[in-house]
Design a binder for this molecule. Sequence first.
Ligand code: UT7
Length: 327
Amino acid sequence: MPRRAVIQSIGMAVADKVMTNDDFAKFLDTSNEWIQSRTGILERRIASDEESCSTFAIRAAKQALANADVDPESLDLVAVASVTGDYQFPSTSCIVQDAIGAKRAGAFDIGAACAGFIYGCQLVGSMIESGAIQRALLIGVDVLTKTVDWTDRSTCILFGDGGGAVYMEASNEDRGLISTVLRSDGSGGRHILIALGGSKNPIGAQRSAGCSPYVYMEGREVYRFAVKAMGDSCCSVLQKAGMSVDDVDIFVPHQANERIITAAADRIGLPPEKLFLNVHKYGNMSAGSIPVALYEAQATGRLKKGDVVMTVGFGAGLVWGANLIRW
Ligand code: UT7
């Protein structure tokens, strides 16, 4: 039996503060009707001033470890997929590693925006399958509400804060990663970005026109890209595994927009009952959305041990990809 990378447990953490669509209508020219009909979002969680990326990463990590009854000192790796880390450096994974007491673990962050958890599963899974490591925590988490312009109605209504963690280990069981597809197209980078604060446009430099500290997004462009990218990567990941949509028990996509998700599901011919959605409760939590959705799918009995789950994500880069996992 080949060595597999198996997800043994999962944890999640979101901000406590709930913000409804009507709350936005109090200070923006928007409405519950517009937000709900265009995105499917009813409410989202907003981090407090004291909360940051590591707040949710640490909470989710501790829960995942407790659920598998794993000693943090036995971990070889802590990996955090996020584009809203606590600092430019050090990495958020080092903050988590210290907070959970993973004294012998390596730690690094993964920057693949909303596809971060998809990339992370492949990266950490391959490290386990190759024998380089035995036990790892992979965390997908983002706090994008700290980066939005609260006067920009086309972006600030979309995001929410939180994430989830999976504990993965080497196993001979017939479970784990089945296949993965990772893709990118840097020519579309301008469609969704934060221009200020990196080495190209440092915070200290004078801001040039169009160089904003906030999330900038061309919604329609991202929408068009997302539907195609999700559909194509799902078809590719199934083809790679020699499987079809009929073999998928549950589809857990990046929760950015209900319309994007249902359009992509239609494109691949997925029956609606196989689709897991929770975007209405949390909005778009970027790298946090897939692990939180996996957690809730499992907690509600929709995702069971042995099921084939298809996950797919897309985001700034542009990057996208899909994983097929036997849970
Ligand atoms: O993880 C990746 C992250 N990004 C995404 O997933 C975003 C993908 N894109 C989308 O989800 C959609 O493009 C949005 C939800 C962002 C926007 O929906 P849309 O149907 O593409 O609207 P639009 O940008 O074409 O705007 C239509 C109208 C515009 O008004 P005019 O120019 O037609 O008068 C906007 O100004 O809707 C207006 N609008 C709003 N109206 C009320 C934009 N935002 C709002 C708002 N409330 N919050």
